[in-house]
Design a protein around this ligand. Sequence first.
Ligand code: 2AM
Length: 379
Amino acid sequence: MAESKADIALIGLAVMGQNLILNMDSHGFVVCAFNRTVSKVNEFLANEAKGTKIIGAKSLEDMVAKLKKPRKVMLLVKAGFAVDEFVKKLVPLLEKGDIIIDGGNSQYTDTQRWCKELEPTGIYYIGMGVSGGEDGARYGPSLMPGGHPAAWPHVKPIFQAICAKVNNEPCCDWVGEDGAGHFVKMVHNGIEYGDMQLICEAYHIMKDVLGMQQEDMAQVFDEWNKGELDSFLIEITRDILNFKDADGKYLLPKIRDAAGQKGTGKWTGISALEYGVPVTLIGEAVFARCLSALKEERVKACKVLPGCTYNFTGDEKEFLEHLRKALYASKVISYAQGFMLLREAAKVNKWNLNYGSIALMWRGGCIIRSVFLGNIKVK
Ligand code: 2AM
């Protein structure tokens, strides 16, 4: 019989999963690692996890036997089929009071379904939004857990320890019932699309209306990052503008202007339509990405439609200040629309959403982290 010593198990050893495990280990928790392709467990233990307290499992049974009760099993696997398969295999191995946490990018409706299906078993289910990419996972992500509220006290010490902190406050709190955590993560991603679109439009105006040079635009973003727009996305825009390729020339103009998407921004738009909430800014941002992907059509069209031919002759400094304010105002509108969607979804799904904490959870760790979010505390 294996010794039951692990605080939590994590299944899914892609980079996000590995980094979350290493993060938990750094905070003193004993983690048991597992993966569908079991050879990756030993590879991880022999390399990235070498010299840590991390343990591995040979099978799901072995993993479950190594866990302290109530057992906590976190999934960081591909959303959809892989999550469903693992949950189905885990349920017979777990008992009442044990907790399954899905930390992937699952659709909130899948999380709702599992919460409901597991109700009779007494096994608790949590769907948790994880934001911040690979670095966030390793050094402090924003975590948005929702599901069976009775599970929260058991996982709270782990998640509030490993998450990002702003002024010593954790960027992780209980979001609400069933799919609420994944819904909030989805809206977060939609807002991220919106923020990025606004930055692109500001850049476009600077470049094609004001005719600014790239280093001057970088300078403007640097200035903006010192004020109320202070945020991760403005900061990296400055850095991207300043970035030079190996040949000493700016990299940005060499990048094909066609954006892809992983889907959660689109889901926000779909939800907005379903719940009948005018989340117009995020919707436009999703469409702008679709439009950008029509590269061939745009190349043809630009031969007929010349685009901006306006020769700006006004006061550039004053104009840039208007542009900064317009970007800020648009951000306020976008976040207000995002919260309207949260409010409507909460009403329909009977979620007791923790609105105030949601903005605070987004203040650090995640892509939309910003100083601005500290000023939003929805009542
Ligand atoms: P793998 O290493 O065995 O491919 C990210 O892709 C993570 O999801 C990986 O840990 C991967 O496991 C896992 N994953 C992807 N598809 C899966 C599936 N159908 N069943 C189980 N795990 C899966």
